[in-house]
Design a binder for this molecule. Structure first.
Ligand code: SF4
Length: 298
């Protein structure tokens, strides 16, 4: 039998309410559950690893649009990036699964529905656009603490260690560049095989499910990012028989942002009693205000 929820203790209720208010005031970038109801409309990408031929046109286009320099090989000619970095916002990697098959996987920011980087940022320099769902970095606010780098479960944000005025670098879905001009991300636009498609999250989920249904022999029936880590705007299809863990994706049952938020709220909760005590002390010890009198004694 289901138990009726207990009436919350009044002091506990006030404590939690104040903690939430302080948290919301200090972390305005955090995404509320009600805002995620809009996520079907958010900009998204679906990467179908069964269609990728590893040509790297996507990463070249990303560098061109974002004015990122190559990470040169010893020959001084070829870009030899081996992972995401402050010079590389997206990369194609090759994974060998247990049965010996090779699968290409594109890496970039996943644009999480409830981003851990946003909830970890103490100054709201990392933000999520409520209309588009894009997670982006605001350099004017950043204090360089790099909490976003630690919080991200996909190890996406990178720091410009060799820049005296360093930036945090990560994919922003070409927010102010290609997307603004052409209505699509550069990587999705140049992909010659249709391995990357751009659109609204709701539509891409329908497309992904349709591909799986039409071709059950070709696909792993799971769409990575539909629910993983609380859901992401960049989603993946993998070949049948290849698990996402074999392709380097973490197993994330729930949103990592929930964990960091619960830690933060715990801190605020522990701060509330000292603040209340200080307030009470102030009123007790406050010197009595004397009524002023004029020279005539009135
Ligand atoms: Fe933030 Fe990392 Fe998610 Fe991108 S993948 S939104 S950087 S937590």
């Amino acid at each position: 039998m289901k138990e009726r929820p207990k009436n919350p203790d009044r002091r506990e209720f006030l404590k939690k309410g104040m903690a939430a208010a302080v948290g919301a005031a200090l972390f305005p970038g955090a995404v509320l559950a009600s805002e995620q109801e809009n996520s079907e409309e958010w900009y998204s990408m679906l990467y179908d690893s069964t269609k990728c031929i590893g040509c790297k046109s996507c990463s070249v286009a990303c560098k061109r649009v974002n004015h990122l320099p190559p990470e040169l090989e010893k020959d001084g000619i070829h870009d030899d990036a081996i992972d995401l970095s402050a010079k590389t916002k997206t990369i194609i990697k090759l994974y060998k699964s247990d049965d010996g098959r090779s699968t290409f996987v594109k890496r970039q920011c996943m644009h999480c529905l409830d981003p851990a980087c946003v909830s970890a940022c103490p100054v709201s320099a990392m933000r999520k656009d409520r209309t588009t769902g894009i997670v982006y970095w605001n350099g004017n606010r950043c204090i360089g603490c790099r909490y976003c780098m630690v919080a991200c479960p996909f190890e996406v944000p990178k720091f410009e260690w060799d820049n005296p005025i360093p930036h945090i670098v990560k994919c922003d879905l070409c927010k102010d560049t290609y997307l603004k001009e052409k209505g699509i991300t550069a990587c999705a636009d140049v992909c010659p095989t249709g391995a990357i498609i751009f659109g609204k999250r709701g539509d891409l989920l329908i497309e992904a499910k349709m591909r799986i249904k039409k071709n059950p022999e070709r696909y792993n029936p799971v769409i990575y990012g539909e629910y993983d880590g609380g859901g992401t705007s960049v989603m993946y299809l993998a070949p049948k028989g290849v698990s996402f863990q074999e392709l380097g994706f973490p197993r994330l049952e729930k949103s990592p942002a929930e964990i960091s938020e619960s830690i933060q709220h715990g801190i605020y909760e522990s701060l509330v009693p000292p603040f209340l005590a200080l307030g009470a002390l102030y009123f007790l010890l406050k010197p009595e205000k004397k009524e002023g009198k004029n020279d005539s004694g009135k």
